[in-house]
Design a protein around this ligand. Structure first.
Ligand code: G4P
Length: 526
């Protein structure tokens, strides 16, 4: 098949949700439609249960699951669909942000009872910044929840989305009778556990028909007529270009666990979701159709077998064709590497791939050559942008607790940082190491993994840091003056970039005011 046909065949997306909204359940139903799995329950939830947030074995078990669920591919309606898993747990938010750099669109899952939750707000903000096309699935309609219009309001006010409902619920909870698909002009009657049959789908072009009253009762029918009238008055029609620009989000209602409303979502997705999109590099924009291969690493996963310290680097193909056993340029290391066992993931199955195309994700076995953001090309020096580190929220000094194992400790810390587990800062004045993370859980993960994978032990010491800000100043004399005055608060990140560690919001503000020529950034990419 020609490259253009391979590209047109592919759709790569991620599901974003607050934990428990139904991401795993929806993923599973999608895979069932694609025939990638045969039975329900085959997709293991990768969430870390609330009661066990610092149980190391739980974390280890989850790591195993999350390798298997990192990418799940399936075919549907002649398309190859790649779902990228995004951890819902807030302590792994940075992992999710990075995964979102490798998708071309997202589906946001909202729990009808809970509405828009904080974790979703943050993730959608990142998608909006990048203009990622977004569809919304309002889940758990078989339960009592918020009013449909109130939810649409929340999507607009809390997530900043402009929405266009494409299906509309008839009742909810006990009174849930189904949805009217505005997209297909069909009434879909609800029955639990995915037991719909063909008679449950009725084509209704004009809602004034008596058939509607017969099927759902007069009261519900009148309510639906009134509500769809309001929808037509208030909300824009589905404009596919606006969706593709990230300016309009189609909204669907359903119940993932009952496999209800999922097919409607999937059918619309296959129809309108974008094919692999161009990617920005520091040098130029990369078009998928370019014949030369390029790709970047957005995620690194340590292998779960501690005896082999191999890792899997997940590569998003951006252009051209990736081929097995072919030499590619590792841009940062300035050397050629080839891969004898590039792996693709189909639900639970892993297999070696001979070739892969834009939009695909391949797993590359790696013995420590990759860092997040690394580029592979056929020779061109490209640096993909949009994979920043964010200012961590928690900081601790990390010290060596076993002097005989300092080499192991240093190696372990570097490798874990390359994986993106946390960020390392080295103080300018004392050379002490500081670990910065998004959540407290990572400190336990690091300690546990250093011990079990590297035979090293570390201890932590509290440090009072409110925020890390990357600093930049074009005037070297001003920068020199700033660094000499603020030495106690300065550190270098893993790439040697200068970072200001502010003790408090007040100090940060004062320092910014006192040094107006110095710029402060809260992500590493600016
Ligand atoms: P997550 O990946 O977003 O964290 O959510 P997940 O799919 O694991 O779903 C969270 C819980 O919500 C699960 O129940 C799941 O069965 C339930 N759920 C998903 N979709 C629906 C729906 O449409 N209606 C209703 N009523 N429930 C739904 P659980 O009790 O946590 O787990 P389980 O024991 O049922 O697997």
């Amino acid at each position: 098949m020609a490259l253009i046909d391979e590209i047109k065949k592919r759709k790569t997306f991620g599901i974003v949700s607050h934990p428990d909204a139904g991401k795993t359940t929806l993923t599973e139903k999608l895979l069932l439609f694609g025939g990638a799995i045969q039975t329900a329950g085959a997709v293991k939830s990768n969430k870390i249960k609330k009661h066990a947030t610092s149980d190391f074995m739980d974390i280890e078990r989850q790591r195993g699951i999350s390798v298997a669920t990192s990418v799940m591919a399936f075919e549907y309606a002649g398309k190859k669909i790649n779902i990228l898993d995004t951890p819902g747990h807030k302590d792994f938010a940075e992992d999710t942000f990075r995964t979102l750099t490798a998708v071309d669109s997202v589906i946001v899952v909202i729990d009808v009872a809970k509405g828009v939750e904080t974790q979703t707000e943050k993730l959608v903000e990142v998608c909006r910044m990048r203009k990622t096309p977004i569809m919304v699935f309002i889940n758990k309609m078989d339960r009592e929840g918020k009013d449909g219009f109130d939810l649409l309001d929340e999507l607009e006010t809390k997530l900043g989305l402009t929405v266009t409902p494409q299906s509309w619920p008839v009742g909810m909870g006990q009174r849930f009778q189904g949805v009217y698909s505005l997209y297909e002009k069909k009434l879909k009657l609800f029955s639990a556990h995915g037991k719909q049959n063909e008679e449950d789908t009725i084509v209704i072009d004009d809602l004034n028909t008596d058939i509607l009253d017969e099927k759902i009762g007069k009261a519900a029918a009148d309510e639906l007529r009134e509500e769809t009238h309001t929808i037509n008055e208030v909300y824009p029609d589905l404009d596919v270009d606006a969706y593709l620009r990230g300016d309009l989000s189609p909204v669907f209602f359903g119940s993932a666990v009952n496999n209800f409303g999922v097919k409607e979502l999937l059918d619309c997705f296959v129809h309108i979701a974008p094919n692999p999109l161009p990617r920005q590099t520091e040098e130029r924009i990369i078009e998928p159709i370019e014949d030369k291969f390029s790709g970047f690493v957005f995620k690194i996963h340590a292998n779960i077998d501690p005896k082999h310290r191999d890792r899997i680097a997940f590569l998003r193909i951006c252009s051209g064709t990736f081929e097995r056993n072919t030499n590619y340029q590792h841009v940062r290391l300035e050397r050629k590497i080839k891969f004898s066992n590039p792996t693709s993931f189909m639900a639970e199955k892993k297999s070696v791939v001979e070739e892969a195309f834009p939009g695909d994700i391949v797993g590359l076995y790696d013995s420590g050559n990759f860092k997040i953001g690394d580029a592979l090309t056929e020779g061109e020096k490209l640096h993909f942008v949009g994979i920043p580190s964010f200012s961590p929220e928690q900081f601790r000094y990390i010290d060596n607790a076993n002097p005989l194992k300092s080499k192991q400790l240093n190696k372990g810390i570097i490798q874990l940082m390359d994986e993106g587990v946390a960020q390392l800062f080295v103080k300018e004045d004392t050379s002490r190491k500081i670990i910065g993370t998004v959540g407290a859980l990572q400190f336990d993960v690091i300690q546990y993994r250093l011990e079990h994978e590297y035979g090293a032990s570390c201890s932590y010491e509290p440090i009072n840091i409110h925020k890390a800000a990357w600093v930049h100043c074009d005037d070297s004399a001003v920068l020199k003056d700033f660094t000499s005055r603020r030495k106690n608060n300065l550190a270098k990140d893993k790439d040697g970039k200068l970072v200001f560690l502010a003790d408090s919001a007040w100090i940060l503000k004062t320092v910014q005011e006192n040094h107006p020529e110095v710029q402060f950034f809260f992500t590493s990419e600016f």
